[in-house]
Design a protein around this ligand. Sequence first.
Ligand code: GLC
Length: 500
Amino acid sequence: MSYLGKKVNTLKERPQYSSFLCYNTLMVKRALIYQIYPAAYGNLKFITSKIPDIAEHIGPDYIWLNPFFLSPWREGGYDVADYEVIDPRFGTMSDFKKLIEIAENHGIKILLDLVLNHTSDQHEWFQKSRYRDPWYTDYYVWLDKQVNWQSFFGGPAFKYDQIRGQYYLHLFHKSQPDLNFSNPRVVKEFQHIIKFWAKLGVAGFRVDSANVLAESKFVSGFLPRIPGFFNYFQTQNTVKILNKLLAGSQLFNLAEPVGGNFFSHRKFSELTDQAFDASFNVGILDAADTRLSDKSHLRPLNYKKWFKKLANWTPEPKLSFALESHDAPRAPSRFKADPKALAMLQFLLPSNFPCIYQGQEIGTENPKLGDSIEYYTGVQSRSIYRQLINEGKTNEHAMRIVKQVSRDNARQPLDWHAYASQSNDPQSILNFYHQLVQLWRSDPVLIHGKLKVKKITKSGVFDFERHYGAQIYKIHLDLKSKTKSTLKDSTGKTLLSMLD
Ligand code: GLC
């Protein structure tokens, strides 16, 4: 097996990558992130047992772990009941210390998910706030009157609490009350939490819903994802809070702004330059014009529109370009595309902080979970189903949509049998990812090359070039084909093909 005329190491002889955020000679900041949703692995010990494989085949700089903190698990662990306690279902603190140690031995650093915007309603802070405990009374956003804001999961964003006799804000699920970050005590709590994990050797955080921390005014008319969305948030105050928590640290921090488009992404990324190294933007996952919560899914994907958006987004230097996450269906199913062609899309477009979601590297497809909503446990799946049924759609119609868009698709246990057999097959998807990662790390044209779009078609063909000095790479992608996508240099020599 070879690329660029160099022999590729056999699977067993692969080099370990540096664990540090790498700066190359032209000081381009880059890092490869690998995302793990712990519930799909079962527990921390099992994750630890898989780290050597991840290091060998992918070799990421960072593993980002979704929440595994104490939680009643109403919303996939994003409803945290104690930020400094590991939920017993995932193991113990000593399991976590072991995980960090093994990861470090393999040159990988660990990022945790920091859920700032809200806690679980089971968190002690919320329980005390409901009873107006003087210290905690202003920890959450309480109002005497609700306004007609809609939550991200559909339905009202305010809920009346009988005990306190007021409404609380929940931008997400009703079990996730929004914290009040204009209260300095709340900021202090998180300064403590960040220090707590940093002391244990955590290298940084993926900051959940980072752009909606501070609300500006509670007036009628708010709906997520409508133009003008950000008029309802105090961006300047959010930036101040984020800077207080994260700026000036040695941590690697990844933002997750929600509800954004390309321009809000760019603005937020500029404003939070001190706090964040990179930005994992949900907008890029939605860029295929198949919003994860509406009905457009039953229409065929418009590849032309999607490629245009990718060409626009991906040169952003701080963008963490992902095709999958725990919030999206599996990419080969969603885009009806070949997994190797998708891998080329992700690693050959400009991409300083690519993020691979667990199982993506073996071409995992959406699972067949069953025909009834009972098989789907996620809040998002259930709420889409409810909305569709309320609109008068049949069960069959609603389920067709749920199956395509559900987050549950990405949260299932991995097929370790497939993983093992691919690791021994030089032509496997897994091995293809390995080659692409090596190219992405070492090839100056892929590190620095400017993107030039040549041709995009409705049927999934994307031709583009990367220009660096006198060198030009020509990339032909055909997402529908198992064989046709190639990377060539300007002399026409093939540097990578899907048969490698
Ligand atoms: C983020 C998470 C998502 C969660 C939401 C609310 O967007 O990625 O899974 O539902 O925040 O915490």
